[in-house]
Design a protein around this ligand. Structure first.
Ligand code: SF4
Length: 318
C-alpha cells in the first residue's frame, strides 16, 4: 500500500482579484521507502502541494477538490486537532531556507527537544536530550553542538539540524522543500547524500521539491513534472530522463548542462510561466509550446499512460 496518495488535489488561493489556481488536479503516489521528486519552475505550485498535504496553507487558501490519503486515511476532511497527530509523527517537512527556519534566540538542541516534547509529552526532558544528541549525530553534526545557537552553525550544519528536527518524531514521510537552496554545491551534495542514506537507513518515504533536475535524479526513484499548477509528466526517474515526452520536460532537460555528456548549447524555454489568476485555456503550456495545435488551446490534456511502467504524460502529441 502507498504511504501517500494524492487524487485530483485542487488548491486555490482567494485574492481580491479572484481565485489563484495554484494546484489543479494533482495526483501521485509515494510507496514505502520511495522518494518522489516534484519538479518545476518557481511558482508552479510545488510548495502549495506540500502545504496542502500538511494542511498548513495560508489564510485564504482552500483545498477545493481531491483526496490526500496518508496511510489510507484521507487528510482533507480532518480538523486541526486531528491533523496535529499526523504532523511530525506521520508527515514532517524541512522548509526552504535553512538560514531563516530556526529561531535565532534559542539553542539548536532546545528547539529539537521542544519539538519532541510537544508531540510526545510523555518523554522526559533527559530522554528528549539524549534523542536530540543521537539525531544530531545521525545527520552528521557532533552531539557536543547541541548547546550551540543557530548562528554558531554553518549553512550546511543548519540544514542538517533542520533535517534532524524534522525526523525528531520518527515520521513515515518527509517532505523536503528545496533542500539544496542557498547552499554551495559541495555542501548541497553532502546534504543530498545524507538524505539518500537516511531514506535507505530509516525506510523513509520522501517528497522532494526542487527546481533542479539533478537533485531529483540523485535521490528519487519517481518524478512528477509540474507546470502552472498541474502535473504534465510522471514516471520513474530513469524513463523520464531517458525519454522525456512532454515539450516542457524536454525544455527543462535542454536547459540543464550535462557534466558527463558532450558540451551542448543550453536552450531556455521561451516566454514566462502564466498568471495563475487567469491561466491559459486548454493546455496551460500552449502559449510557450513549439508544437501547439488548435486542440491544445481548447481542451485540457489529461495524463495518459505511455509505454510500459508508470510513465504518463498530458500532451496531445501522444
Ligand atoms: Fe504542446 Fe499541445 Fe502538448 Fe500542450 S498539449 S504540450 S500545447 S503539444
Amino acid at each position: 500500500m502507498s504511504v501517500l496518495q494524492l487524487e485530483g488535489v485542487t488548491t486555490h488561493y482567494r485574492t481580491l482579484r479572484g481565485w489563484v489556481r495554484a494546484a489543479e488536479n494533482v495526483s501521485f503516489e509515494v510507496g514505502k521507502g520511495e522518494a518522489l521528486g516534484l519538479v518545476g519552475e518557481s511558482g508552479c505550485g510545488k510548495t502549495t502541494v506540500a502545504l496542502s498535504i500538511l494542511k498548513i496553507l495560508p489564510a485564504g487558501a482552500k483545498i477545493r477538490k481531491g483526496r490526500i490519503l496518508f496511510d489510507g486515511t484521507d487528510l482533507v476532511p480532518l480538523n486541526d486537532s486531528e491533523m496535529r497527530k499526523v504532523r511530525w509523527k506521520g508527515v514532517s517537512i524541512v522548509f526552504q531556507g535553512a538560514m531563516n527556519a530556526m529561531n535565532p534566540v534559542f539553542k539548536v538542541g532546545d528547539q529539537i527537544i521542544e519539538a519532541i516534547k510537544l508531540h510526545e509529552p510523555d518523554v522526559t526532558k533527559a530522554d528528549a536530550y539524549k534523542r536530540t544528541e543521537a539525531l544530531l549525530e545521525m545527520v552528521g553534526v557532533d552531539a557536543s553542538r547541541v548547546n550551540n545557537y543557530p548562528h554558531e552553525f554553518s549553512g550546511g550544519m543548519r540544514q542538517r539540524a533542520l533535517i534532524a528536527m524534522a525526523l525528531a518524531c520518527n515520521p513515515k514521510l518527509l517532505i523536503a522543500d528545496e533542500p539544496g537552496t542557498a547552499l554551495d554545491v559541495i555542501v548541497q551534495s553532502q546534504v543530498l547524500q545524507l538524505m539518500k542514506s537516511l531514506k535507505e537507513k530509516l525506510g523513509l518515504s520522501m517528497v522532494m521539491i526542487s527546481h533542479d533536475l539533478s537533485i531529483v535524479a540523485e535521490v528519487c526513484e519517481k518524478i512528477a513534472i509540474m507546470y502552472a499548477g498541474s502535473i504534465v509528466e510522471y514516471g520513474d526517474v530513469e524513463s523520464v530522463f531517458k525519454e522525456p515526452l512532454h515539450p516542457y520536460t524536454q525544455g527543462l532537460l535542454g536547459a540543464f548542462p550535462s557534466i558527463k555528456g558532450e558540451k551542448k548549447k543550453l536552450i531556455s524555454i521561451p516566454g514566462q510561466p502564466p498568471d495563475l489568476l487567469h491561466p491559459p485555456t486548454g493546455c496551460r503550456f500552449h502559449p510557450r509550446c513549439p508544437y501547439a495545435m488548435e486542440v491544445c488551446k481548447k481542451e485540457v490534456p489529461v495524463l495518459q499512460k505511455q509505454g510500459s511502467g508508470e510513465h504518463t504524460v498530458a500532451c496531445y502529441l501522444y
